[in-house]
Design a protein. Structure first.
Length: 182
């Protein structure tokens, strides 16, 4: 494989991860696309997965992570709705909503829930950037807390260390074990 092909392979693998962040600028300019964090990496992966096992693996990993985060986020939304309903039931649907304690408890609940959602979003952002950098450097990456919706890639050659620029095999000290070990 030529150096140009290797660079293109790494770029596409990086795009499998980084494309999940394209919903952010779209949202800022007023074009919110629902589920863009899943759809855009899915399109990249479907178009390019046959090009190399490296792209296939990174595409699967990105999609598994984005689908997992979507599922977890839906759980957070359901939890937030449940907490809001519970708050209204406990305080009696307006019976004591004018009191200072009710207002304070609402603010604490909103701040806590909002802080957790913000922290959750920042963790996702950092992990996607980290995975993109690893893909660009020709390394594999496994997201934590990811449900494996898509199975392992077809090729077992992916479990072997990648050659560095000089052709020597190097084992990455931060590499996670293969799927069957976890």
């Amino acid at each position: 494989m030529s150096t140009k092909d290797l660079e293109m392979e790494r770029l596409v693998a990086m795009l499998c991860h980084a494309s999940s962040l394209l919903w952010l600028p779209l949202l800022i300019v007023g074009v919110p696309i629902p589920f863009a964090n899943v759809v855009i990496p899915l399109v990249v992966w479907l178009l390019e997965r046959e090009q190399s096992p490296f792209i296939d693996r990174h595409g699967r990993e990105s999609l598994n992570f984005q689908l997992s985060m979507l599922l977890y986020s839906l759980g957070l939304i359901i939890l937030g709705i449940f907490l809001a309903i519970l708050w209204f039931v406990v305080l009696g649907f307006g019976g004591s909503l004018d009191s200072g304690i009710a207002s304070l408890s609402a603010l604490v609940m909103l701040f806590g829930y909002g802080s957790f959602v913000l922290f959750w979003s920042l963790i996702q952002l950092v992990l996607v950037i980290w995975a993109s950098i690893r893909a660009q450097r020709g390394r594999h990456f496994r997201y934590p807390l990811t449900i494996r919706f898509l199975g392992a890639p077809r090729s077992s050659i992916l479990e072997q260390p990648l050659p560095d620029e000089l052709g020597e095999l190097k084992k990455d000290p931060f590499e996670l074990p293969p799927n069957d070990v976890l």
